[in-house]
Design a protein around this ligand. Structure first.
Ligand code: ATP
Ligand code: MG
Length: 438
């Protein structure tokens, strides 16, 4: 046995459970989706913001509420080994954005519409559409109080779904109002009474939350508790005239554009910061009903986090779930194929091929060059196979004979009607432009 054969290769490492790699074959879909999102944000006048992945743990405890699934059991929290600071990988986007706006006084000059593409972390049980690292498009309108902007946010979502090629029937909109704090307090007392009367069916989570945050019980996914949850008093019946007027104004705007929705009085969201309008876009096309996008108004969060009173509304769309849905609906995504694949039969042609490929790229073409070197150069057959697999429209062959005449051979790989021909290297810029527009 040789020395080398005796060295044992270490076990390869694996990604953390519930955290996915986005490989080149998948990233085409991601980039296509992201381009649609960027175009949408430009149309609606939303500016991009990027805040850190790591935030002080206190931000989420204060912002989302101590008695929520996320804060109680889903956060990746740790101590900074250098200074003992308590830190958390962000489990949601809004709190960090609000923190940044307060810290930099970004709203000094009036309201702001922002969006962000975020990686989020929640220690959940991984399953289809539920991961421990996942991604969201997050959209926030800050410093705006009216129902008009609530409607704008909902409609942006519909516009994006349409831009992505989904039919209006692939998702449905659910809408509710969580009213104002005083209305929720009255409802809360009624809820506690109701659940106390059915204490025997409450699970441990629900019992623990009964007095601290009974609204959370309505968000329970425990099927055994559903009958009691269904029979619980509805917040809608506790709303005063102002909250109802806000809801009705949102409805009027949605009706005006012909967007249908269902009022779902059971709809509560996973964070405590919401008030008035809340909404979710739900799909039935992935087996169980699955929420793809959720949002609502959070008029008190700025103050809770130490800022000036600032009304705000926002939503988050789960990108992985969105991509699953697009796939399920058979929506095709254009592939990123190069324009040209350079076939280089021998090492002698390498320098000329590199120079020509650079000139083509300067002219705006996308070019993939056969780059073998090392032990074997790669036969013409192999190179043409790769050219074909790359999806390129053209192969450019840098054969010795052609190069000796100052030419290369152009072969169409996709368009059957285009004949093979020789092109002069001295006029690369001219035919590069022709190929680009061909
Ligand atoms: P769910 O009720 O499904 O747990 P949620 O109410 O916790 O969702 P939000 O915090 O409102 O979700 O986030 C908005 C969107 O982000 C969801 O509608 C979903 O598309 C996506 N999302 C939430 N949690 C996950 C996760 N663990 N993995 C993948 N996507 C997620
Ligand atoms: Mg959740």
């Amino acid at each position: 046995m040789t020395e080398q054969a005796k060295i044992k290769r270490p076990e390869p490492l694996q990604a953390v459970k519930g955290m996915n790699d986005i490989l080149p074959a998948d990233s085409v879909r991601w980039e296509w989706f992201e381009a649609k999102v960027r175009a949408l944000m430009a149309r609606y006048g939303y500016a991009n913001v990027r805040t850190p992945i790591v935030e002080p743990t206190a931000l989420f405890v204060r912002g989302l509420g101590e008695v929520t699934d996320i804060v109680e059991k889903e956060m990746y929290s740790f101590e900074d080994a250098m200074n003992g600071d308590k830190l958390t990988l962000r489990p949601e986007a809004t709190a960090g954005i609000v923190r940044a706006m307060i810290e930099h006084n970004t709203l000094y000059n009036g309201p702001l519409r922002v969006w962000s593409h975020v990686a989020l972390f929640r220690h959940e049980r991984p399953q289809k559409g539920r991961y421990r690292q996942f991604h969201q498009i997050d959209v926030e309108a800050l410093g705006l109080a009216g129902p008009d902007v609530d409607a704008e946010q909902i409609l942006m979502c519909r516009a994006l779904l349409r831009d992505l090629g989904l039919a209006d029937t692939d998702l449905r909109l659910e809408l509710n109002s969580l009213g104002q704090p005083a209305e929720r307090r009255a409802h809360r007392a009624a809820l506690i009474g109701h659940f106390e009367a059915h204490a025997e069916v409450l699970d441990d989570d629900a019992k623990r939350r009964l007095h601290s945050n009974p609204l959370r019980i309505l968000d329970s996914k425990n099927p055994l508790m559903q009958p009691v949850v269904e029979a619980a008093p509805e917040l809608m019946d506790f709303l005063g005239p102002e909250s109802l007027a806000h809801l009705n104004a949102v409805r009027a705007a949605l009706d005006a554009v012909g967007l249908s929705y269902r009022i779902n009085p059971r709809l509560v969201r996973g964070m405590d910061y919401y008030n008035l309008t809340v909404f979710e876009w739900v799909t039935d096309r992935l087996g169980l009903p699955l929420t793809v996008c959720g949002g609502g108004r959070y008029d008190d969060l700025f103050e809770q986090l130490g800022g000036k009173p600032t009304r705000a509304v926002g939503w988050g769309m789960g990108i992985e779930r969105m991509l699953l849905l697009l796939e399920e609906c058979g929506i095709q995504v254009p592939q990123n194929s190069p324009d040209v694949f350079a076939v280089v039969p021998s090492a002698a042609a390498m320098a000329a091929a590199v120079a020509t490929c650079e000139a083509l790229r300067s002219a705006g073409l996308s070019v993939l060059m056969h780059a073998a070197g090392g032990e074997s150069w790669g036969s013409m057959k192999t190179q043409f196979k790769r050219a074909d697999a790359s999806g390129a429209r053209f192969a450019l062959v840098f054969g010795d004979d052609e190069l000796a005449r100052g030419e290369v051979t152009l072969k169409a790989l996709r368009d059957a009607g285009v004949a093979q021909r020789c092109l002069p290297l001295a006029e690369t810029a001219r035919w590069a432009t022709e190929l680009r527009t061909a």
